[in-house]
Ligand binder design. Structure first.
Ligand code: ADP
Ligand code: MG
Length: 693
């Protein structure tokens, strides 16, 4: 480690906090503080101005203020309840301090004649101006006023502001924060020095624009946000580079299987599909592992592209694996691929968790022996015991539903004896807004299918109050009697799978009773895979008119004749979910309708969501609105995806800063790798690992 680097590590790397009790360490961990740098970056929520004294006659009701007063009298009152009442005055007027809980020592300290410096929220009370439970300091000699605003930090139970302040103060004093951005870059992007930014945030001078600070527009905030975004971009760049150093089997065009398949397809690829396939095909031909995300709105036709990619692997004598997050979806892919590929005599295997052990073992054996060209299934595919003979391509559908760790496991699984990695194609129907894709998926190349196959009529969305449920049922009856099919999606019951299930069963019974001329089926998450598949097959073949379902049908289910969907309690669903659900209809040529039944009263948020889903059908627009309404954490499902979230920057409002950070990261990786390393060290510290995904 060079001298410069050593300094950088001291100035911010994952240095643990020394000399604190385990109990305190535990509390700090609760608010995400593990290292000295975490303490430095524990930024105030707001500030209190203790730099000046306000004369009593000038205090404003409800506005936190500091006063300096002399005690006139202090006594314990018993009505309306026991309390300490302290009458005080300054040379402009007088006031009352009230303490409902107090120690005898306080009563003593606030004796007649004592000088107090008091910070609190004044209000006009029974006794005139008063402060309830203010913060009080007894002045012994001339205590100087602080010359910076007092920070108020986010904290947790049992950890006082005083403790936090002292700890942060000590850390700031003993740390010389080195600069991780070269002057030229700071100048080009109008960024203040890091040390200056940190100092301003912890100790703003009274003349600072406090609103700018609290609203996070201040240059100090801008610098911190920029650094955070830059660190993220940098580590992804580094991983991107690392991937370029790996080797993968080049899957060149052979025009055997792919050509035959294209001829057999009953439709022509859309322009967008062709573009995506070209990009993917080019990646596959290279000797480095592809890591590409195929994004396309529901129904845009991603599966056929995946099939093409799989065939490219097979015609190069490699295996492909096609993985989906749910049994229902995996099963559907398996059926579709079987339909498409049977004429081409491509040997396929099916693997899922609910399969009988013997069957699974048999599939696994055939995969290991290399007798299987394409394996389709759920995450059972990468559980221990399944080894691939010559894995060339991994396809992951609805990639955001898999956890980071699962994805990493899959990649490891694919690494061949000769050190070659498989290519990875992930697919997502959750359109990720550009800013998010840039931020979180910088290590991914992205292809977008931004066009729906021809002949689809836009879906009509109707918002109908639940009180008109009977009319809606009549409408379902009429539509199904006229040869259509419909979905009825049961309300989501927060946090309770059992209740979810019960609601689905009840709804099924009620609808079957109310619509005796229709054949009504039920599918939910708890149904054994085989029964689930059987019900879906009946619905797909038109034997069932109406399918009552929980959100298990949210992802990927494809029955083109179904043109009506009713969603009960639509106000309980998230935007992405509603969009996915609605995407189950509108897959054929018939005019499709999605009825959103909602229950009064609607919360502000629910109203906003329903309005977005009613007004928009474009998944990208909906996702952008979702980002605006909920923030990126929720949108990405951070908990399950493990994506490290931004603490300071806000992708919805800091898009420009993100673009700058992206440019700077390219520049730094190319021209100043030592600076880049130092910056990543400071920010990523011990958290680098998750960024790999
Ligand atoms: P998604 O992108 O949501 O996974 P799918 O791959 O399930 O979409 O495709 C939706 C439907 O559109 C399927 O029935 C599929 O066969 C059909 N399809 C795909 N591409 C085309 C096309 N170019 N022309 C007509 N139909 C297509
Ligand atoms: Mg799909």
């Amino acid at each position: 480690m060079g001298k410069e680097d050593a300094k950088a590590a001291r100035a911010g790397g994952p240095t643990p906090i020394a000399g604190i009790e385990p109990a305190l360490a535990k509390k700090l961990a609760k608010i995400g503080i593990y290292t000295r740098f975490d303490l430095i970056l524990h930024l105030p929520l707001r500030y209190e101005d203790e730099t000046r004294i306000t004369p009593l006659t000038e205090v404003i009701d409800g506005q936190a203020t500091q006063i300096e007063v002399t005690v006139v009298s202090t006594e314990v009152a018993y009505r309306p309840r026991r309390q300490l009442i302290c009458r005080v005055e300054d040379n402009t007027g007088n006031a009352v301090l009230r303490f409902l809980n107090f120690y005898p020592s306080q009563q003593k300290a606030y004796a007649k004649g004592a000088r107090l410096r008091v910070f609190g929220e004044p209000r006009t009370g029974f006794f005139g101006a008063e402060m309830v439970h203010p913060r009080v300091r007894v002045l012994r000699e001339d205590t100087p006023l602080p010359n910076a605003l007092t920070p108020v930090y986010p904290t947790t139970a049992g950890l006082t502001q005083f403790q936090l302040r002292t700890l942060i103060e000590k850390t700031l004093k003993s740390e010389s924060l080195s600069e991780t951005l070269p002057d030229a870059i700071r100048a080009a992007h109008q960024l203040i020095p890091f040390a200056e930014a940190i100092d301003a945030l912890h100790h703003p001078t009274p003349d600072i624009d406090a609103d700018e600070l609290v609203e996070r527009h201040h240059p100090a905030w801008r610098r911190v946000k920029f650094d955070e975004l830059l660190a993220q971009q940098l580590s992804m760049r580094v991983h991107h580079r690392a991937r370029q150093a790996l080797t993968a089997p080049p899957l060149a065009p052979r025009r055997t299987l792919v050509g035959k398949f294209s001829k057999l397809l009953p439709f022509k690829l859309t322009g967008a599909q062709q573009r995506a396939w070209q990009e993917i095909g080019a990646d596959l031909g290279r000797g480095h592992p592809m890591n590409r995300l195929l994004q396309g709105d529901v129904g845009s036709g991603k599966t056929v592209i995946a099939a093409l990619a799989a065939l490219r692997a097979v015609e190069n004598n490699f295996q492909a694996v096609f993985m989906a997050p749910t049994e229902l979806l995996a099963e559907q892919h398996y059926r579709k691929l079987t339909d498409w590929l049977t004429p081409l005599e491509v040997p396929m295997a099916w693997l899922s968790g609910s399969q009988k052990k013997a069957e699974r073992r048999q599939s696994a054996k055939a995969i290991a022996a290399g007798d299987i060209a394409i394996a389709v299934g759920t995450h059972a595919l990468f559980q221990d015991g399944v080894e691939f003979a010559r894995l060339g391509l991994v396809i992951v559908d609805e990639q955001h539903r898999f956890g980071v760790r699962q994805r990493l496991a899959l990649r490891d699984k694919g690494t061949q004896q000769d050190g070659k990695e498989p290519h990875i194609l992930t697919m997502s129907a959750t359109p990720i807004p550009r800013t998010l894709a840039m931020s979180y998926f910088a290590d991914l190349d992205v292809s977008v299918i931004d066009e729906l196959p021809p002949g689809r009529t836009p879906i009509i969305t109707k918002l109908i109050a639940a009180s008109r449920r009977d009319e809606v049922m009549q409408h379902v009856h009429d539509a199904c009697t006229a040869g259509g099919q419909a979905y009825w999606v049961c309300p989501l019951i927060e946090e309770s799978e059992t209740l979810d299930l019960q609601t689905a069963i009840d709804t099924h019974l009620a609808l079957a009773a109310a619509l005796p001329t229709l054949r009504v089926g039920l599918v939910h998450g708890r149904l054994p895979a085989q029964e689930k598949a059987a019900v879906m097959a009946e619905f797909a073949s038109g034997q069932l008119h109406l399918l009552v379902a929980t959100t298990v049908i949210e992802v990927g289910v494809d029955v083109p004749n179904a043109s009506l969907m009713v969603i009960e309690h639509a106000e309980r669903f998230g935007l992405a979910q509603l969009h996915q659900l609605r995407g189950r209809v509108g897959r054929g040529a018939a005019q499709s309708v999605c009825v959103l039944l909602y229950q009064h009263p609607l919360s502000v948020d629910a109203r906003a969501r329903l309005r977005v889903i009613y007004e928009h059908t474009d998944g990208f627009v909906i996702a952008a609105e979702d980002l605006r309404l909920r923030g990126p954490g929720e949108l990405l499902g951070s908990r399950q995806s493990g994506v490290p979230l931004l603490r300071f920057a806000d992708l919805a409002t800091d898009a420009n800063l993100l673009a700058s950070a992206r440019n700077v990261s390219d520049q730094m990786v190319d021209d100043m790798p030592a600076w880049a390393t130092r910056h990543i060290e400071r920010w990523a510290g011990g958290r680098g690992e998750l960024l790999k995904a």
